[in-house]
Write a protein that binds this ligand. Structure first.
Ligand code: ADP
Ligand code: ZN
Length: 527
């Protein structure tokens, strides 16, 4: 290590304590700050609450010029500006929430060259004069918060974010830090391409593991009973029960109240006043259970939420992660439980298919749902499966998930998997589960016959298993990352390297027997 970087790190550490009042860095923060200090373009992927703001706030203070922060979350920007000012940092915001006086003040500070951090709503990028302003004020760092908003296939697409690439060019390719909690590979690639163009950012993906959260999934059996039991096992603790519909938040809150818990329902159909009341009570009271739609939680910053349950399957693995992530922010143990049933899966698929999104986005959404299903039906440590999705590796099983605590019954699926792999390879890895299952089961469908797939040696080789069983097997293969849907080819499965030894007969494969048995029963069809 050179003296220079040692000095730089010293300064950063000193500011960390003096300005922000933190005693040390959170996992991942230090290396990202060091990269920014070294002048690198950075794309940092960290979970919500991981401490992303510091990644540009700290470097903003150690350099001359203004750091411009673009964020779509106006309330959050205003909070940050307030906190920074309280810590003695010259910060200001240009958003639609400003009073004329505030805006005047910001412009004056910019003119005097004293502002260190300028927060800006993305709408501002479309305003005439913003380009001129930006080139005048000496921007030395551009920070793009919620950078996934630039992704057209994501859920939070903001057309104004597409102007950021141009702004960056206008500022002579100013050093840029992009931040997001969305970790899927496509979004990551889209952010890199749209914001950074030819210059590739250095990508950091850190801190997704939340070891204090216990993870568990259960197939829906008697969901009301399952939720009541889960809550009853945690009396007097604060928790959230996420539901897929408003009606369900009401009925579950009523059932919990009847069972003697303090519970309330929260959804977007309530009046503003009732919603605020619910949020305030949750924040202040101990032992309140909120049955809520996903509308709840955005503005909630309660560190001691002791559990999050999903009475219905979330819509994607990202949504799942974000929602369970609201529990245990204080680092103390917290529990999560996610229920899933065939109706949920159908509902989520229908929501995707009937939504207004373009085809490619629908495919991507199906894939995110598939990843969650793979996690639901995982046969090894859930945390390893979850983190693998985000691109992080956990070397050992966690010991804090239902599958680590209670090993599920497995069956030897080596032959079934080899047949599936063989069907994939013989059709050029160009098809999804449905077509492959038709081949394996020897279904003489028109689309199978048209392609001559009835001539394949694997045609009918998997007749011994039902369609539902094959669907479960394919989903488990996906959950184990032995096969991967290829988003650029409409979700056609391809083999991963991990599948090769099984295909060659060098390794055996076990899959969970419980899900296969469930799939076989007519009332328990998984899809
Ligand atoms: P994100 O943007 O990743 O969701 P924030 O930047 O808002 O996260 O930080 C989340 C919380 O963690 C904030 O309350 C922040 O003050 C706190 N925080 C961030 N870094 C540290 C740190 N090094 N030590 C202690 N607290 C921190
Ligand atoms: Zn585990």
């Amino acid at each position: 290590m050179t003296t220079d970087t040692a000095l730089g790190e010293g300064a950063a550490r000193r500011l960390l304590g003096e300005v922000f009042g933190f005693s040390g860095f959170r996992p991942g923060q230090e290396e990202v700050v060091a990269a920014v200090e070294a002048g690198e373009d950075v794309l940092a992927i960290m979970p919500t609450g991981g401490g992303k703001s510091l990644l540009y706030q700290l470097p903003a203070l150690t350099r001359p010029g203004v750091t411009v922060v673009v964020s779509p979350l106006i309330a959050l920007m205003r909070d940050q500006v307030r906190a920074l000012r309280a810590a003695g940092v010259a910060a200001g915001a240009l958003t639609s929430g400003n009073s004329p006086e505030e805006t005047e003040e910001v412009f004056a500070a910019l003119d005097q060259g004293v502002l260190k951090l300028l927060y800006m709503a993305p709408e501002r990028l479309a305003t005439a004069g913003t380009g001129g302003l930006m080139s005048r004020i000496g921007v030395s760092l551009l920070a793009v918060d919620e950078a996934h908003c630039v992704s057209q296939w994501g859920h939070d697409f903001r057309p104004d974010y597409l102007r950021l690439g141009a702004l960056r060019k206008l500022l002579g390719g100013v050093q840029t830090v992009a931040l997001t909690a969305t970790a899927d590979a496509e979004t990551r690639a889209e952010i890199a391409a749209r914001l950074f163009g030819e210059t590739r950012p250095r990508v950091f993906l850190r801190g997704f593991d939340r070891p204090n959260l216990s993870l568990a999934f259960q197939p829906k059996d008697n969901p009301r009973r399952q939720i009541l039991d889960f809550v009853a096992a945690r009396p007097g603790l604060s928790g959230i029960v996420y539901c897929a519909s408003r009606a369900r938040t009401e009925s579950l809150a009523a059932a919990l109240t009847e069972a003697g818990h303090t519970a309330l329902a929260y959804h977007a159909g309530l009046s503003d006043e009732d919603r605020r009341l619910g949020e305030t009570r949750f924040q202040r009271e101990d032992g309140l259970v909120v049955c809520a739609t996903v509308a709840f939680g955005m503005g909630v910053d309660k560190p001691d939420i002791r559990y999050v349950a999903h009475a219905d399957l979330p819509k994607s693995i990202e949504a799942y992660y974000q929602e369970i992530g609201r529990a245990g922010r204080d680092g103390a143990p917290a529990d999560t439980l996610t229920l899933y049933g065939s109706d949920d899966i159908r509902l989520r698929r229908t929501q995707i298919d009937e939504g207004a999104a373009p085809m490619e986005r629908k495919e991507a959404d199906h894939k995110r749902l598939n990843a969650l299903l793979g996690l639901a039906e995982a046969k090894r440590c859930r945390r390893q499966t979850l983190l693998a999705y985000f691109g992080e590796t956990l070397a050992e099983p966690c010991g804090n998930c239902d599958l680590c605590r209670d090993r599920p019954a497995l069956f030897d699926a080596t032959e079934a998997a080899r047949k599936a792999f063989s069907a994939m390879l013989r059709t050029g890895e160009s098809f999804g589960a449905e077509h492959l299952i038709a081949i394996l089961r020897g279904d003489r469908l028109e689309r199978v016959l048209r392609r001559g797939h009835d001539q394949l040696p694997t045609f009918g080789a998997g007749r011994d298993l039902s369609k539902a069983q094959w669907q479960t097997i394919f989903r488990q293969l996906m959950g184990l990352d032995l096969i991967r849907p290829d988003p650029s080819r409409h979700g056609a499965f391809r083999l991963t390297e991990a599948a090769r030894p099984i295909l060659r007969g060098e390794e055996a494969l076990e899959l969970r027997a419980d899900t296969v048995a469930r799939a076989a029963a007519p009332t328990r069809r998984v899809l």
